[in-house]
Design a protein around this ligand. Sequence first.
Ligand SMILES: C[S@@+](CC[C@H](N)C(=O)[O-])C[C@H]1O[C@@H](n2cnc3c(N)ncnc32)[C@H](O)[C@@H]1O
Length: 423
Amino acid sequence: MQINENINIDFDAIPIEKFWNTGDVKENKMHRIHSYPAKFPAFITSKAIDYAKNYGSNVDWIADMFCGCGTTAYEATRNGKNFWGSDINPVATLIAKTKSQIYKDTNLIRYYNSILLNYGNISITQNDLEKINERIKYWFNKEQIVELLKLKISIYESIPIKSKYLNFFLTAFSNILKPTSMWLTKSIKPQVDPNKKPAKVLNAFSKQFNIMRIANLENDIHKKSQVKIENINFLNKKTRKPFVDLIVTSPPYVTSYEYADLHQLSTLWLDFVNDYKSLREGTIGSLYHNSDFIKDAKVLNKTGEEIVFKLYNQDKRKAKSTAKYFVDMQKTIKKSFDMLNNNGIALFVIGNTEYKGVRINNAKHLVESMLNVGFKDIEITKRKISNKILTPYRDKNGKFTTDKNSRKVYAEEFIVTGKKKNG
Ligand SMILES: C[S@@+](CC[C@H](N)C(=O)[O-])C[C@H]1O[C@@H](n2cnc3c(N)ncnc32)[C@H](O)[C@@H]1O
């Protein structure tokens, strides 16, 4: 459906377009080397490239300002395109950078063997253990802490600091932290599972190494593609002149995932921060912001204002964080527009949600924001979220479930595209 000025349409009635539902080929294993919440399906990027081609747009550089674990980055380079991406979460950019490289299998094996060899020679003192962050002690048993510390030291001793192989093994290390901790498996809310038997560190590491090694063997990214991934708050990015032809991104949803909290094991172990909570502040959609509600409310567009006003009657805190979210999204849309070359296309994957009976129409807010900054030929269609990728139901602990009596989250999402046309 094309939208030009009138945004007062029934978003629920927009039909699903099968084109965006599924991919034609199986996803590469590289997409599964590390878990990441709200990852989007890999095929969206190739379909977006086809969509741009049909429109007559020449795509050289692709961007994803919310690159997460690098789904767009990886697919852009597989399609021989250059990529620029950002994410505020250092764990995300670590994984995205790792995925955007090809590794020599013989080097992987050589480094793996030397990590195991060095591991055997490292001993951990009481003093080392005392320096461990209290939050780590909350999630891990002493045995696992000792083993993880040995493994981390050994990785740094075995691989040169500037080598791309260091990122590969740090990603492997990061992905074994949940299974080796007391973290309730697959939960999107950080909580201890008192009955869990955490995995043995070296067993988990060897399994993880094999998964990543096999994924690398089928890696078919183009060596000539340029990839730039920045660990920054996109809202602070300075764009002097346009530099991208196609944006493919899925923005965060409001108070849906606390990315900083969900990745705390990795951010703490990899020394990205001392207090994982410090990463919440710049994260769009976080419930925890020091924002000025009155100031935010003044810059909201019409859709944003209506939703925030309705929420305010139900839950003031939620209204405040939603206002901040909408303001951040409005800034994101403006910056996206500024980044695009003439004839460039932006594609956003976004879903609507509901809170205490109030419909949070993110898609409508996005479309209005796009119109306000000058996007043209805005098209909106819907895709079905396949059950294999994400079941729409969650149980009371926030775990995904197929039980239809549980809380429903999202079963469909919108694909919104807009073009930049100078004259
Ligand atoms: C829906 S996820 C994107 C997932 C991604 N498409 C993938 O497949 O992995 C949204 C991402 O936005 C990031 N994010 C939130 N606020 C940000 C900000 N201010 N600047 C850059 N990234 C941000 C989050 O860390 C998260 O990784």
